[in-house]
Design a protein around this ligand. Structure first.
Ligand SMILES: *[C@@H]1O[C@H](CO)[C@@H](O)[C@H](O)[C@H]1NC(C)=O
Ligand SMILES: *[C@@H]1O[C@H](CO)[C@@H](O)[C@H](O)[C@H]1NC(C)=O
Ligand SMILES: *[C@@H]1O[C@H](CO)[C@@H](O)[C@H](O)[C@H]1NC(C)=O
Ligand SMILES: *[C@@H]1O[C@H](CO)[C@@H](O)[C@H](O)[C@H]1NC(C)=O
Length: 712
C-alpha cells in the first residue's frame, strides 16, 4: 500500500524583494545508483521561473511505498533579468531520494499563483511520474524526457507562428507532449508528436500560460522489472495498434508566453535578433565530461536595436559572458564545468537573444555528461567540397570496440588502421542530414555504438560522436538549383572508403559525360540514352555488381511510382544493352521513356554492391536470380552492404514539345559546381523527405513499359 510522505522544504528566498508570480517550471529526472536492498536513488532537477525576484515553493510531496528523506540542494539562482524591471528570473533545485522500485514515484507540488494571465489561471500544480523498475533494453531504470524553457518568452502578436519545444529522450524513446489545458488555448494547436505549438488564429495580447506533460514510450517492446521481480510488458509505441498507450514516465513543462502588441514587421536580424553560426541548432546534443569546462557559443545579430542580454535556462553554476562584435552582432559564451554528481545527466539548455523590445526564437539543446573525454573521442573532421571525413584517435576511446560503431545510416560502418578509426562519406550518403543555420548550411552525421538486437547485456559506455561540416550559403544560390548528383562515397570496415559515380554520357564511347550544369538532361522519347556506373576503390581486387536499377518519377529510390529496369541482377527492360567494360564499370544504353500522367521527369536509381574478386558465395557471383533470393547471411569481408545511388532528372519530351521545354530549361543559371551541389543537395533532401512522407503511406506500384509511353 502506498503511503504518502509530505516533505517540507524551508523557503529559500534568493533575492530580496516581493515575488510577483509563478511563470513556469520544468522537471528533469535521472535515476542514480541501485542498492542491494531494492532501493534506487533518484535525482530530480526542478527549474522554476518567476517574474520579479526568485522564490522557491516549499512543499514537494513524494508518493511511493518508501520515499525516505528528500535531500535538497538549492534552489540556486541560474539567470535573472538585470534590468530595473526585473521581468524574469529562474532558479534550479536538485532533489535526491532513495525510493523503492515496487511502485511508481509521484512527485508533486502546487502553489499560488500564476502571474496575471489572459485565461485567469490561478493555482499552479506540477507533477512528475517515474517508474524505477529496470528496463530490459538498457538494464537501467527508465530515463524521463528532457525539456526546459527560458523564464520569459515574449512575441509580438503578428509575429507568432509557432514555438518549437525541446523533446529529448536519453533512452531514445518516442516523446509526446500532452496539454492539460488545451481548451484554454482555442487559437493554438499543440502538435503532440513534435512538441510544437502552432498558431491557428489570433491570440489576445497578454500572458498565456501553458501546462504540458512530456511522456515517453518505447520504440520497441520492452519489459520493466521491479525489485520484487515483477515484470510488465510495455508495447512498442504504435497508435494504430493502441491509440491510448501508457507512458513510461511523465515530467511537467510549464511556461508563459507574453503576447505583445503588434509591431510593424517581424524580420529576423532586423526587427528581432537572429542567431548566427556557430550557435547550436535547436535539438543539438553536446557532450561534456566531468571536470572539464564545456563551452557553448551563442552569436546573434540585430541591426534594428542592440542586443542587451541573452536569457538562459541552464544548470546551476553555468556562467554567461557577453561580447560585442560590432555590426549589431553580440556573442555570449556559456561555460559550465560538470561535477561528479552530474555524471550521466542529460541537461537541457535553452536560450534567446534579447533587445529592449524584442526577442529571438528560443533554441534548446541538451548537454550529456560523460565520465571523461574518452567517450566523446578525439575526432578530427575534414570538410571537403563534396565529402566529410572523420578521423578518431583510438587511444582516446579505450575499451570501445570499433566493430560496434556505425554512422547514422547503419549500412555505413567505419574503417580503421592501427591508430585511428576513419570514415568518409559524401554529403548525401550514410544518413547525413542537412540543416539551415541561418547563414550556413550544416551537414551532420554521428558515430554511434550499437548492440546486437538480441544482446543480453548492454555495454553502458555508449559512444556518440556527432560531427558536422558547414558551408556558407550564398545569396544567389537559394533561387537556383543544380540537379546533378556528385559522387557517392561510403566507408565500410572491410572495404575502406569507396565511391560510385553515376553519369549520363553523350555517346556509346562512355567517355564524355553530360555536363552537370546541363541537368535536367533533355532527351526525346525513344532516343537512346547512355548511362554508366563506375566504382572507385583503393583496393585492387574488387568488382562492381548492379543488383537493380529502376526508374522513378521522383528523386527517391523508394518512390511509389516506378519501373524496374534491372531487378535481382536480371535485365528486365528489352531495350537495355550492356557494354563490356572492366569489373569496376557498368555501362549501358536504354531507350528513353516517360511516365504517363503529370510526371515530366525520370530519375534512375540503382542498388549497387562491391565484392571481393573471386568470392564464390558473394552476391556478385550469383548474378541474375530469377526467383526472389532467399535470405542469405552477408559475409562482411566479401561484399559491401547494398547502397542506393540515384541520378537525374531526365526530362523526356516528344519532339513537338521540345521548344516549350527548352524555355523552361532556360531558367537554369550556371553556378559553380561546389556551391551548386550544396544548394542542390539541400533541395534534394527536402524533396526526398517530402517524398518519403507522402509516399510512405501509399502502396507501391510497379509499372510495365507499355504503360510508360504516354499516348498524347
Ligand atoms: C541512499 O542510500 C545510500 C546507501 O544507503 C546512502 O549512501 C545515500 O545517502 C542515500 N541517499 C538519500 C538521498 O537518502
Ligand atoms: C503499427 O502497427 C501496424 C499494424 O500492425 C503496422 O502495419 C505498422 O507498420 C506499425 N507502425 C509502425 C510505425 O511500426
Ligand atoms: C561552481 O563553479 C565553480 C567554478 O566553476 C566551482 O568552483 C564550484 O565548486 C561550483 N559550485 C558547485 C556547488 O558546484
Ligand atoms: C592512420 O590514419 C591516420 C589518418 O589518416 C594517420 O594520421 C595515421 O598516421 C595512420 N596510422 C597508421 C599506423 O598508419
Amino acid at each position: 500500500m502506498a503511503c504518502t510522505a509530505v516533505l517540507l522544504l524551508v523557503s529559500f528566498a534568493l533575492t530580496v524583494g516581493p515575488a510577483r508570480g509563478f511563470s513556469g517550471g520544468s522537471m528533469t529526472f535521472t535515476p542514480g545508483n541501485s542498492y542491494p536492498d531494492g532501493l534506487v536513488e533518484v535525482h530530480f532537477y526542478f527549474r522554476e521561473s518567476s517574474s520579479g525576484s526568485c522564490v522557491s515553493h516549499p512543499s514537494w510531496t513524494c508518493e511511493s511505498v518508501t520515499c525516505g528523506d528528500i535531500i535538497y540542494a538549492g534552489p540556486e539562482l541560474t539567470d535573472e533579468d538585470r534590468s530595473a524591471e526585473r521581468l524574469w528570473c529562474q532558479s534550479e533545485v536538485h532533489m535526491t531520494a532513495n525510493v523503492s522500485s515496487n511502485a511508481p514515484v509521484i512527485l508533486s507540488n502546487s502553489g499560488c499563483c500564476w502571474e496575471d494571465n489572459v485565461h485567469s489561471a490561478g493555482e499552479w500544480s506540477l507533477q512528475a511520474h517515474v517508474d524505477t523498475g529496470r528496463r530490459s533494453d538498457t538494464q537501467s531504470p527508465n530515463r524521463s524526457p528532457v525539456s526546459a524553457a527560458i523564464p520569459y518568452i515574449r512575441i509580438p502578436q503578428n509575429c507568432f507562428q509557432s514555438l518549437h519545444l525541446l523533446a529529448h529522450d536519453p533512452d531514445g524513446d518516442v516523446v509526446r507532449c500532452k496539454s492539460d489545458t488545451s481548451s484554454d488555448h482555442p487559437n493554438v494547436n499543440l502538435d503532440e508528436d513534435s512538441c510544437t505549438l502552432h498558431r491557428t488564429g489570433s491570440l489576445d495580447v497578454g500572458l498565456h500560460v501553458f501546462e504540458l506533460m512530456l511522456e515517453d514510450y518505447p520504440v520497441s517492446e520492452i519489459t520493466v522489472t521491479n525489485s520484487d521481480g515483477v515484470s510488465s510488458v510495455k508495447d512498442a509505441f504504435n497508435l494504430t495498434v493502441n491509440s491510448n498507450p501508457t507512458a513510461l514516465g511523465q515530467v511537467p513543462l510549464q511556461f508563459a508566453v507574453e503576447i505583445l502588441a503588434p509591431v510593424q514587421s517581424c524580420v529576423p536580424g532586423v526587427d528581432k535578433p537572429s542567431f548566427l553560426t556557430p550557435t547550436p541548432i535547436h535539438g543539438d546534443v553536446h557532450h561534456a565530461a566531468v571536470g572539464h569546462t564545456h563551452e557553448i557559443l551563442l552569436r546573434a545579430q540585430s541591426s534594428g536595436s542592440s542586443i542587451l542580454d541573452f536569457q538562459v535556462s541552464g544548470p546551476f553554476n553555468m556562467s554567461k559572458t557577453l561580447r560585442d562584435e560590432g555590426h549589431g552582432v553580440t556573442v555570449a559564451t556559456l561555460t559550465w564545468t560538470p561535477q561528479e554528481r552530474d555524471l550521466h545527466r542529460h541537461v537541457p539548455v535553452c536560450f534567446t537573444a534579447e533587445t529592449l523590445h524584442s526577442q529571438s526564437e528560443m533554441i534548446c539543446i541538451v548537454v550529456v555528461v560523460a565520465k571523461a573525454r574518452v567517450l566523446t573521442g578525439e575526432a578530427e573532421v575534414i570538410c571537403g567540397s563534396d565529402s566529410i571525413s572523420i578521423v578518431v584517435n583510438k587511444a582516446s576511446m579505450e575499451g570501445i570496440d570499433q566493430n560496434w560503431l556505425q554512422l547514422r545510416d547503419p549500412t555505413c560502418s567505419l574503417a580503421s588502421n592501427d591508430t585511428h578509426i576513419l570514415g568518409t562519406m559524401s554529403l548525401n550518403t550514410c544518413g547525413t542530414t542537412v540543416e539551415d543555420s541561418g547563414d550556413f548550411m550544416v551537414f551532420k552525421n554521428e558515430i554511434n555504438s550499437f548492440e546486437t538486437p538480441n544482446a543480453v547485456i548492454t555495454r553502458r559506455n555508449q559512444v556518440k560522436i556527432g560531427f558536422s561540416c558547414q558551408y556558407p550559403k550564398l545569396a544567389s544560390v537559394s533561387s537556383h538549383y543544380v540537379n546533378h548528383k556528385s559522387d557517392y562515397i561510403f566507408t565500410e570496415s572491410s572495404f575502406g572508403t569507396f565511391g560510385y559515380s553515376f553519369e549520363v554520357y553523350t555517346d556509346n564511347s562512355f567517355s564524355s559525360r553530360v555536363d552537370p550544369n546541363q541537368y535536367p538532361v533533355e532527351v526525346k522519347l525513344m532516343e537512346t540514352l547512355y548511362m554508366g556506373v563506375e566504382a572507385h576503390s583503393a583496393l585492387p581486387k574488387v568488382r562492381l555488381f548492379i543488383e537493380s536499377c529502376r526508374a522513378t518519377a521522383e528523386d527517391n529510390p523508394y518512390s511509389a511510382v516506378y519501373y524496374d529496369i534491372i531487378k535481382d541482377g536480371c535485365i528486365l527492360d528489352e531495350t537495355v544493352t550492356v557494354y563490356p567494360s572492366d569489373s569496376m564499370k557498368y555501362d549501358f544504353e536504354i531507350q528513353a521513356f516517360k511516365f504517363t500522367g503529370r510526371f515530366d521527369e525520370v530519375y534512375i536509381s540503382c542498388s549497387v554492391i562491391l565484392c571481393a574478386e573471386g568470392s564464390p558465395n558473394s552476391r556478385c557471383s550469383q548474378g541474375c536470380l530469377s526467383q526472389t533470393p532467399s535470405r542469405r547471411r552477408r559475409d562482411l569481408n566479401q561484399e559491401t552492404a547494398r547502397h542506393y545511388i540515384i541520378q537525374g532528372p531526365l526530362r523526356v519530351s516528344r519532339e513537338t514539345q521540345h521548344a516549350a521545354d527548352a524555355s523552361v530549361n532556360g531558367g537554369f543559371v550556371h553556378i559553380s559546381t561546389s556551391t551548386g551541389v550544396f544548394a542542390g543537395l539541400f533541395i534534394i533532401t527536402i524533396i526526398v523527405l517530402v517524398g518519403l512522407l507522402v509516399y510512405n503511406a501509399k502502396k507501391s506500384r510497379g509499372l510495365d513499359r507499355t504503360h510508360l509511353l504516354s499516348s498524347f
